[in-house]
Write a protein that binds this ligand. Structure first.
Ligand code: HEM
Length: 423
C-alpha cells in the first residue's frame, strides 16, 4: 500500500493534487489561495489524474450541503475516504475485509449501527460529562502554568487534553493513552513523515496501527463483558443489533471510528484556534469580557480550522450536482474547508472573527445521516479550554514556526510554539 508522490506541483494545471497530495496541506494559506480561485471561477472541479479514478470536487457550501443531506442518492461506501486506486486494489487482493465503520456504512445498516451509541452522544447526556471535562481542562491549565511561560500548545496541551477527554469517555486508563495517540496518528496522519515511526511507508504504518488496535480492543471487550462499567467501551462491547451482540469485526470498527474520529479532529481545531487567538489576543480578551461569546468563538474556531478535510460520496444512480451530470457509480469529494470559506455564506471568509454572526453555519461536522456523532463533545472541549484561557491568561503570543500536519484527510496545526503569562 505504498504511494510515491512526484514533486509537489505548483502550476495551476496540477490542481487535482490539492485534494490528494498530503504535502499541499502543510501550507494552508497557499492551499486556500488556490482553492479560492477555483471556487470562484469553477465551483466544481473534475480531477482526472494518473492513479485516481476521476472524481469531481465540490467547493461551494450549497453543493456540499445538498449532497451531504441526500443519503439515498449519494452513498458513503467502503471507499468514503480518498486514496490512490492502487491502495484499494491491494486491500482487495490481500483478502482483508474492507473498512466498515459508521462512515463506511449506508442505509439501515448505518442507522442500526449508529443507534448503538446514539444515546451516549445526545446533548443532555454529554452535558452530564461537563464537570469531568472541566476537571481535565484544569489539569492542563495547571500543566501550562508548570511549563513556565512557553510551550508547544499543539503537542503539550491540545493533543493530550482532547485525548484524555475521549479516553475518559471510553474508559481507557490514562497509562494506555500514549498507545492510543500513536495509533490514531498511524491511522489519520500516516502520510506525515513525523508520524511514521519505524514503518517504511504510510500503508505499512496504517496496517500495523489497525492490527494493534484490534488486539487492544479485543482485550477491552472481554473485560467490559465480564464487568460492564459506566463508559462507552461497555456500551460498544455489549451493543446489540437486532437482538444479537455485534460481530467481532463490526465492534472493532466501532471502536476504531470513535477513538480516531474523536481525537485528532478536536485537537487540530483547538491548536489552530489557539494560533489565531495568539496572533489576535484581543479576540481572547473579548471572550473574557463577555463569557457567553465562547459559544460562538468555538464555532468560529471549528469553522476556520475545518480539521476534517473531506469525505467522498458515491452516486447511487445518475445525479446532477452543480450543473454536472455524475453517472451512477461516479463519486464526488465534499471539500469542507472550501465550503467553510464560501463568501456566499460567510462574509469576509478568510478572517477569523469570534463574533462572526454566521459562525453557526459551519460545515465542519458534515451533514445528513452521518453528521458528526461527537459534535457536542468537540464543542464542549473547545469552549471549556477557550473559556479558561481567556479568564486566566494575561498575555499570549506565537513564539516560533507554526507547522501543519501533512494529511489530505484530517490535519491542522501540529506544532504551535507560544509564550504566555498568567494573570
Ligand atoms: C472538531 C472536532 C470534530 C470534527 C471537525 C469532526 C468532523 C466530522 C465529520 C466531517 C464527520 C463526517 C460527517 C459526514 O459525513 O457528513 C464526522 C463523523 C463522525 N464523528 Fe466527528 N468530528 C469531530 C469530533 C468528534 C468527536 C469528539 C467524536 C467522538 C467523541 C466524533 C465522532 C464521530 C463519529 C463516530 C462519526 C461518524 C458518524 C456517522 O458516520 O454516522 N467526532 N465527524
Amino acid at each position: 500500500m505504498s504511494v510515491t508522490y512526484p514533486p509537489p506541483p505548483t502550476h495551476a494545471e496540477a490542481r487535482g493534487a490539492l485534494f490528494y497530495d498530503p504535502r499541499l496541506w502543510a501550507d494552508m494559506d497557499a492551499w486556500h489561495a488556490r482553492v479560492r480561485e477555483l471556487r470562484e471561477t469553477e465551483g466544481i472541479v473534475l480531477v482526472d489524474d494518473p492513479g485516481y479514478a476521476p472524481f469531481h470536487v465540490l467547493l461551494r457550501h450549497s453543493d456540499v450541503f445538498a449532497v451531504s443531506r441526500d443519503n439515498t442518492g449519494w452513498l458513503n461506501t467502503a471507499q468514503s475516504v480518498l486514496g490512490p486506486d492502487s491502495d484499494w486494489v491491494e486491500l482487495v487482493n490481500s483478502g482483508m475485509p474492507p473498512p466498515a465503520s459508521l462512515v463506511q456504512l449506508d442505509g439501515t445498516k448505518h442507522r442500526d449501527h449508529r443507534q448503538v451509541t446514539n444515546d451516549w452522544f445526545k446533548p443532555a447526556v454529554v452535558g452530564k460529562r461537563q464537570p469531568r471535562i472541566d476537571q481535565i481542562c484544569d489539569e492542563f491549565i495547571t500543566k501550562m502554568r508548570d511549563l513556565g511561560g512557553s510551550c508547544d500548545f499543539a503537542k503539550d496541551i491540545a493533543q493530550p487534553y482532547t485525548l484524555r477527554v475521549i479516553m475518559d469517555i471510553y474508559g481507557v486508563p490514562e497509562e494506555d493513552e500514549h498507545l492510543m495517540l500513536e495509533l490514531t496518528q498511524g491511522i489519520f496522519g500516516a502520510a506525515d513523515p513525523e508520524f511514521l515511526g519505524d514503518a517504511d511507508d504510510p500503508g505499512q504504518k496504517l496496517l500495523a496501527s489497525i492490527m494493534q488496535f484490534i488486539q487492544y480492543f479485543n482485550e477491552l471487550t472481554e473485560d467490559r463483558r465480564a464487568c460492564p462499567a459506566d463508559d462507552l467501551a461497555s456500551v460498544i462491547a455489549n451493543g446489540t443489533i437486532d437482538g444479537e451482540l455485534m460481530a467481532d469485526q463490526e465492534r472493532l470498527w466501532y471502536y476504531i471510528i470513535v477513538a480516531t474520529a474523536g481525537h485528532d479532529t478536536t485537537s487540530f481545531a483547538l491548536s489552530g484556534g489557539m494560533e489565531q487567538l495568539a496572533r489576535q489576543p484581543e479576540q481572547l480578551w473579548a471572550i473574557r469580557d463577555e463569557p457567553e461569546l465562547v459559544v460562538n468563538a468555538a464555532e468560529e474556531v471549528i469553522r476556520y480550522t475545518t480539521p476534517v478535510r473531506h469525505f467522498l460520496r458515491w452516486a447511487a444512480e445518475a445525479r446532477r450536482v452543480a450543473d454536472v451530470e455524475v453517472p451512477a457509480g461516479g463519486r464526488v469529494l465534499l471539500c469542507y474547508p472550501s465550503a467553510n470559506r464560501d463568501p456566499a455564506v460567510f462574509t469576509d471568509p478568510d478572517t477569523f472573527d469570534v463574533r462572526r454572526p454566521e459562525a453557526d453555519r459551519l460545515f465542519s461536522f458534515g451533514g445528513g445521516a452521518h453528521f458528526c456523532l461527537g459534535a457536542q463533545f468537540a464543542r464542549r472541549e473547545v469552549r471549556t479550554m477557550l473559556g479558561r484561557l481567556s479568564q486566566e491568561l494575561d498575555h499570549v503570543e506565537v513564539a516560533g514556526d507554526v507547522s501543519y500536519a501533512q494529511s489530505h484527510f484530517v490535519s491542522g496545526v501540529k506544532h504551535l510554539p507560544i509564550e504566555y503569562g498568567f494573570r
